[in-house]
Every structure is written in structure tokens, then in C-alpha cells.
Design a protein around this ligand. Structure first.
Ligand code: CTP
Ligand code: MG
Length: 231
């Protein structure tokens, strides 16, 4: 009999939030009565599919132990790393004892608190029989331009460009191996790019546009707006 496949969530939450220019990392800023990170983790718990959620936390982080969810039995922590990919790899390694190579891992940014259960389940249902896995993505509504300095050199065919979101869903063994092979490569800004470097072709699944990444100060009120209008 085939062993059943488990689903794991990995949440990189060890960034400093430079572009947010706040007094603390953006994952600890308040949003709709909780911190951004608590909102994100609540969404993952709500989806009711994950065996555990591994969160990468910076070693110098004084905020995490203060959150109620730091004691949640479904949540385990790992040390954050220099780059996002290092944090993800660290969290993956913290699951070594429990996860098998064929299990699915969904990696999701701490800074995307508006993720819906709908999108989590859409990603899983679309890809669970897939060989490689894939990511939530968004098409561009705007016309896109290639530029040299501030001068337009050409208009890009919009239909071939997609914006990569998270979650990104890959098999545990394959993802760990791809990230290990990519250590130190600054071109690896998401999980899919690590698999692409292995010559693989992850799929895209069209996600919801409200799954924004909080990056700049104005994004917080936008996230709050989306949350209020989601239920
Ligand atoms: N992240 C991480 N470890 C790092 C860098 C980033 O776990 N060394 C996490 C962030 O906490 C965030 C996600 O990766 O949840 C996406 O990264 P980004 O939006 O770039 O966050 P920051 O790196 O914190 O922000 P900035 O680039 O503005 O400094
Ligand atoms: Mg960053």
C-alpha cells in the first residue's frame, strides 16, 4: 500500500523589512487586530490541510516569543538565514524527521496575510498529481514595456509574463535538493527559480489579486481593506 502524502507549510519570516521603513520587521506590524505574521499563520491553520507549519524566525527576533501562536502545537520554528532561500531551506530541514520526499510543501511568505483558503485549495487541487509542482501567479493588466534607462525600447507580449506569488508548492525532497544546489545564488528569489535551475518547469495557477505582499508602508492599509472585504 502506498503511504499517504502529507502537506507541510513553510513560512519564511526572518526578513528585516527594509522597504517598509518601520521600527520593527513588517511581519510584526499590527494588521486588523493582530500582527501580520499572526494573520498569515491563522490563514494557513484555517485551511486545515497542513500536518505542521515550519516558520523561519531570525535569531535576533525578540517579537516571536511574545505571540500566542508561538505555542501552537502545529507550529514549529527554525533559524532564519541570510537570504529568503536560506530561511526556507532551514525551515525545510527542521521537518526532516517528519516529512518524506514525496510529501508536498507549500512555501508562503509571512508578508502575505491576505491569502485565502480558496487559493490554497485551488493550488493543491490543481497540482497534487503533478510531477513538478508550481506556484500561484497573476497576469498583468497593464501593458508592459522594456526600457533602457527611462526610454522604452519595446512593448512586451503581456500574455507570456506572469507575476509570481506564494504559496509555491513542491515535493519536499525535490525542493530541498534544488535549494541546496542553489545556495549562494542571488538569482534564486523564489522556490520556482531553484527548480528552474534544475531544468524543471513548474506550473502556474492563477491566484487572486488580493494576495498582496506587504512591501511598502501603503500596503498595510490596502491589506486591511482586502481583509475587510474577503468574508
Ligand atoms: N525573508 C526571510 N529571510 C530572509 C529574507 C526574507 O525569511 N533572509 C522572508 C520575509 O520575512 C518575508 C518573505 O521572506 O516574509 C519575503 O521577503 P521580502 O518581502 O523581501 O521581506 P523582507 O526581506 O523582510 O523585506 P525587504 O526586502 O524590504 O527588506
Ligand atoms: Mg527582501
Amino acid at each position: 500500500m502506498m503511504a499517504s502524502i502529507n502537506y507541510w507549510a513553510v513560512v519564511p519570516a526572518a526578513g528585516v523589512g527594509k522597504r517598509m521603513q518601520a521600527d520593527r520587521p513588517k511581519q510584526y506590524l499590527p494588521l486588523a487586530g493582530k500582527t501580520v505574521l499572526e494573520q498569515t499563520l491563522a490563514r494557513l491553520i484555517q485551511a486545515d490541510v497542513f500536518s505542521a507549519i515550519a516558520v523561519a524566525i531570525s535569531r535576533e527576533d525578540p517579537y516571536w516569543p511574545e505571540l500566542a501562536c508561538s505555542n501552537d502545537e502545529k507550529i514549529i520554528t527554525a533559524a532564519g538565514g541570510k537570504e529568503r532561500a536560506d530561511s526556507v531551506l532551514s525551515a525545510l530541514k527542521s521537518l526532516t524527521e517528519q516529512a518524506s520526499d514525496d510529501d508536498w510543501v507549500l512555501v508562503h511568505d509571512a508578508a502575505r496575510p491576505c491569502l485565502t483558503s480558496e487559493d490554497i485549495h485551488l493550488l493543491i487541487e490543481t497540482l497534487k498529481e503533478d510531477e513538478v509542482g508550481g506556484i500561484l501567479a497573476l497576469s498583468s493588466h497593464d501593458t508592459l514595456k522594456n526600457v533602457d534607462g527611462l526610454k522604452i525600447t519595446e512593448t512586451i507580449d503581456r500574455s507570456v509574463i506572469w507575476r509570481a506569488l506564494t504559496p509555491q508548492m513542491f515535493r519536499y525532497g525535490l525542493l530541498k535538493q534544488a535549494l541546496e544546489a542553489a545556495v549562494g545564488n542571488s538569482a534564486v528569489t523564489d522556490e520556482a527559480s531553484a527548480l528552474e535551475m534544475q531544468g524543471l518547469q513548474p506550473k502556474i495557477v492563477e491566484g487572486r489579486p488580493d494576495n498582496i505582499k506587504i512591501t511598502r508602508p501603503e500596503d498595510l492599509s490596502l491589506a486591511q481593506f482586502y481583509m475587510e472585504h474577503q468574508v
